[in-house]
Design a protein around this ligand. Structure first.
Ligand code: ADE
Length: 246
């Protein structure tokens, strides 16, 4: 049986995964807790990635080398960048880029030195499987959220977007920075702090990766208010529903 890692950045999201793992046991390595067990009969390791690219890279390397996972699925939240990417929508990554990577003039802007590329791909088959789960989940979401939450967050008809996800060691919380990122990387759908680091490590080890992010804020001047509120009131319901349909 292949072993799959389910990774989240935040505790609330992992709690909904652990609730579905009847036999999990905890192993602590490198200051992290890895929950090893089964989910819907599948061999699973669940872990919090930590926040930022270094924490993410350490977690990915441990999952692969120590816990011998053969596939990695990351679920979490992100700031929306693309014009139609709204709070409550989901972004399924087809490729990744580190927006704060800059070794110019030695290497082109965004290129990861010595890799000869700026972009890393998500695994197509695993991402296609996650796409089906996302569609089922968005379909069932209205039953999981009460009307006042839908109203408060403007969650009518959330959509699934697919494409470029960008990562960097910065919480993007000003409209000016968000606009600068959109000018620099017009096809970027959303920004977060871990996905592209997972993608580079998974590329190094040849391990398939899929990442799905729910949009918690628009990475603008209101992001610092919208982000914690979305996490508190909505995010865990999204991840719980998604894991249920996996
Ligand atoms: N994750 C969720 N929102 C984010 C933002 N605005 N910037 C970076 N990471 C995020």
């Amino acid at each position: 049986m292949t072993r799959i890692a389910i990774v989240s950045a935040l505790h609330d999201e992992l709690a909904s995964v652990l609730a579905l793992m009847p036999d999990e046991h905890k192993e602590a390595v490198g200051g992290r807790e890895f929950w090893v067990g089964h989910l819907h009969g599948q061999d699973v390791v669940a872990v919090l990635s930590g926040i930022g690219k270094v924490s993410a890279a350490t977690t990915a390397a441990l999952l692969i080398d120590r816990f011998k996972v053969q596939r990695i699925v990351f679920t979490g939240v992100a700031g929306g960048l693309g014009p139609g990417v709204k709070v409550g929508d989901m972004v399924l990554a087809r490729s990744f880029l580190q927006h704060d990577m800059d070794a110019s003039p030695l290497f082109p802007r965004h290129e990861v030195p010595l890799y000869g590329r700026a972009r890393f791909e998500a695994d197509a088959a695993l991402t296609d499987a996650l796409e089906l789960a996302c569609e089922r989940m968005l379909h069932s979401l209205p039953q999981q959220l009460d009307a006042s939450t839908v109203e408060a967050f403007g969650l009518q008809g959330p959509r699934l977007h697919q494409g470029l996800l960008i990562s960097g060691d910065r919480f993007v919380a000003t409209t000016a920075e968000s606009q600068a990122l959109q000018r620099e990387l017009p096809d970027a759908l959303a920004v977060e702090m871990e996905g592209a680091a997972f993608a580079q490590v998974c590329h190094d080890f040849g391990v398939p990766l899929a990442v799905v992010r729910t949009i918690s804020d628009r990475a603008d001047d209101a992001a610092h208010v919208d982000f914690p509120r979305f996490l508190r009131e909505v995010a865990s319901r999204y991840s719980g529903a998604l894991i249920d349909t996996l």
